[in-house]
Design a protein around this ligand. Structure first.
Ligand SMILES: [Cu+2]
Length: 162
């Protein structure tokens, strides 16, 4: 009898552990960028971008910068070479959730996403990593995909040169 109870207890604990692992996996997965093929490629460039809110003469604006004290709205121009695999480290130093997404064209509500190159929501004081391979010469943009944030200046230009 005691053995049966022990077995039941072990099964219950095992089930609880499996459920915990499933929940943790979902949470972790949600925080991971959805990268498709690019995720397995080794980056040759690393860029740390900080995002958040700044107070300007025109009121509160949102933007990006290379340090927490250098956030500008719109964000700084980014330049890469064709073929670069860029590892973006996005740090939210703002007060509300933000994202970093590489897009074909900025749109505050319906951005033209480039194969879901979006960190997804990053909470204040949290970081996210986004790895993107730039295969073609041309111009792209980056933005925060939280609705309305690009309208407040949370975007910037990306130039890919040969
Ligand atoms: Cu934002």
């Amino acid at each position: 009898m005691a053995t049966t109870m022990k077995q039941v207890l072990i099964i219950l604990i095992a089930v609880a552990v499996v459920i915990d692992i499933a929940i943790i996996s979902v949470l972790l997965f949600d925080l991971q960028p959805k990268l498709g093929a690019a995720v397995s490629i080794e980056p040759n460039v690393e860029v740390v971008l900080y995002g958040g809110e700044i107070v300007t003469d025109e009121g509160i604006r949102y933007g990006y910068g290379f340090s927490p004290d250098e956030i500008v709205s719109p964000g700084p121009d980014l330049e890469f070479k064709q073929g670069d695999v860029v590892r973006f480290i996005f740090k939210n130093v703002g007060q509300v959730p933000h994202t970093l997404a590489v897009v074909l064209k900025v749109d505050p509500v319906n951005p033209e996403l480039l194969d879901n190159y979006d960190t997804g929501n990053v909470l204040p004081d949290q970081d996210a990593v986004l790895t993107v391979q730039f295969n073609q010469v041309g111009t792209l943009q980056y933005q925060c995909t939280v609705p309305g944030h690009a309208d407040l200046g949370m975007w910037g230009n990306i130039t890919i040169s040969p």
